[in-house]
Design a protein around this ligand. Structure first.
Ligand code: ZN
Length: 255
């Protein structure tokens, strides 16, 4: 377990080099549509790698106490046995998405392998929640042309990464969330660490005090008048077509 977390941390670090800040590229809150003034500060918390039978319930409790909604990108092989948690997520207003079946990078896969990771997890979620559209969060944020073509889902990346896996330092993680968040951001977290739960709730309390609202990814884009489309990459709201070619240029062009 320790080793897999460490190797995941390394891949996350590599991935981070491909990221640029969202708001240096895209429109600011001032460009929100008329019905949404710039005083409306929306953020989307996203949690990958769960569900965790020990950690996720504590997070759900804390979010419910605060009336905060989030989006959970689930691992297929962790859903089995945790079906009640998945149902709870949806019944408490959260959005559920796909984060592969066994947490592998989905670039360079055959279509059969891709189906085993994405289609199988989608079927699992459908069997629990019914027919729905489930957005995709590719592990490590790795995307190539086949991922875009085969995803059959909106591809949700992120614009704020507190690297909660790196040191489990509650104060540092909370500070990054508080200092880097701006309206329209998607924040990347993992509901498999107790430290992440503590840091998230600390930051949420401060950001609520600052007038932010926490919504699901779907609600975030909907507030900006954007309907999520299959095979499109999103990493913050508002989103432009520009990031389809500039987000991970090396991966995208090499393919
Ligand atoms: Zn992950």
């Amino acid at each position: 377990m320790k080793r897999s977390i460490r190797s995941e941390a390394l891949l996350f670090s590599l991935c981070f080099f491909f990221l640029t800040t969202c708001h240096s590229v895209f429109a600011s809150a001032a460009e929100l549509t008329a019905e949404h003034s710039d005083t409306e500060k929306l953020l989307a918390l996203t949690f990958d790698d769960g569900p965790s039978s020990s950690v996720t319930p504590k997070l759900l409790d804390g979010l419910a106490e605060r009336g905060v909604h989030a989006t959970f990108f689930l691992i297929g092989n962790r859903i089995e046995g945790n079906e009640a948690l998945v149902t709870r997520m949806e019944s408490e207003g959260h959005q559920v998405g796909i984060h592969t079946y066994s947490h592998v990078a989905i670039t360079g896969l055959t279509q059969t392998q891709f189906y085993r990771q994405i289609g199988r997890t989608r079927e699992l979620l459908t069997s629990i929640l019914g027919e729905e559209s489930f957005p995709l969060r590719p592990p490590y944020g790795f995307v190539d042309k086949n991922v875009i073509q085969w995803s059959n889902a909106p591809i949700i990346l992120w614009s704020v990464d507190p690297k909660d896996w790196s040191d489990h330092n509650v104060q540092r993680i909370a500070s990054v969330m508080i200092n880097q968040a701006s309206p329209g951001d998607i924040i990347l977290l993992h509901d498999i660490f107790s430290s992440t739960v503590e840091a998230t709730l600390t930051a949420v309390d401060e950001l609520l005090r600052q007038g932010y609202y926490f919504v699901t990814v779907e609600e975030l884009f909907s507030a900006y008048g954007i309907l999520l489309e299959n095979g499109t990459i999103y990493r913050c709201a508002p989103n432009t077509s520009a990031d389809q070619t500039t987000f991970y240029p090396r991966r995208y062009e090499d393919d």
